[in-house]
Design a protein around this ligand. Structure first.
Ligand SMILES: Nc1ncnc2c1ncn2[C@@H]1O[C@H](COP(=O)(O)OP(=O)(O)OP(=O)(O)O)[C@@H](O)[C@H]1O
Ligand SMILES: [Mg+2]
Length: 250
């Protein structure tokens, strides 16, 4: 569904991303992890066609995202790391506004149901500026789902969201994947990495040090003489080591 080849991004002549090669299949929840500043949001914003690559190619559902941007955009639901909402409008007005923007005719009831699905209850007529941080996150996620996109690019969508709601949202994400959506999910949350993601990629200094399942990561560690006690330990080691797909250093 998503094919990335030799993707690079420079900011003021400094390379911040790449070369990145990655394939994500339909129905996957690909977890993108790595330390602050690794390039995760940079990669996602390129995939979302919000920023352009300096080099390389991304094909989504057979379409080149740079050459066929207009055709690609409707496929994508994007939750940016920074909340993108109209603060002076109500929840309802935001949903109606973004519904119009993506040119999908959705009834008010459908839009309200979407807010319920992301656990934003009883705030339909509330101004966004009066919502809590977690509630804004929920609305940001609801907005990204309005046009029923095939690809979801989610940049730390559940940061600051209460545990119960996060649990429900994770279930929703899993359901969306079962329904055939392709999801790239940035998170620093250990539970989301182990429970939600079907495969992970560890990005450091703009390149992938590892891509695969946690079981594959565990096996790789074992080949190098380290037996992890659990998945948390595997992740800890992945992040700690200078672990390369090509040249494992441990
Ligand atoms: N618009 C920009 N102009 C210049 N440099 C940028 C810009 N956006 C990001 N960078 C730099 O690119 C690098 C990667 O940033 P990015 O936001 O992708 O990291 P990240 O992995 O998402 O980190 P975090 O976990 O903190 O969100 C950082 O060094 C950052 O300073
Ligand atoms: Mg980021």
């Amino acid at each position: 569904m998503i094919n990335i080849s030799r993707l690079e991004k420079f900011y003021r002549k400094k390379k911040r991303l790449g070369p990145v090669n990655l394939h994500v299949d339909k129905g996957e929840i690909f977890g993108l992890l790595g330390p602050n500043g690794a390039g995760k949001s940079t990669l996602l914003s390129i995939l979302a066609t919000v920023s352009s690559p300096s080099a390389g190619k991304v094909i989504m559902k057979g379409k080149d995202i740079t050459e066929e941007t207009k055709a690609v955009r409707p496929l994508i639901g994007y939750v940016p790391q920074d909340i993108a909402l109209w603060e002076e409008m109500t929840v309802k007005e935001n949903m109606l506004f973004w519904g119009k923007m993506v040119k999908r005719k959705k009834s008010e009831e459908q839009l309200e149901n979407l807010c319920q699905a992301v656990q934003l209850h009883g705030k339909w007529d509330e101004k966004v500026s009066r919502l809590s941080g977690g509630m804004k996150r929920k609305l940001n996620l609801a907005v990204s789902l309005i046009h029923d996109p095939e690809i979801l690019l989610l940049d730390e969508p559940t940061v600051g969201i209460d545990l119960q709601s996060k649990f429900e949202i994770n279930e929703l994400i899993q359901k969306l994947a079962r329904d055939g959506k392709t999801i790239i999910y940035i998170t620093h949350d250990i539970n989301e990495i182990t429970q939600l993601c079907t495969r992970i990629g560890v990005l450091k200094n703009g390149i992938f040090l590892f891509t695969g399942t946690l079981a594959e990561a565990g096996a790789r560690l074992q080949q190098h003489g380290y037996t992890a006690k659990n998945e948390t330990e595997i992740i800890f080691h992945l992040l700690k080591q200078d672990y390369s797909d090509h040249e494992p250093t441990f």
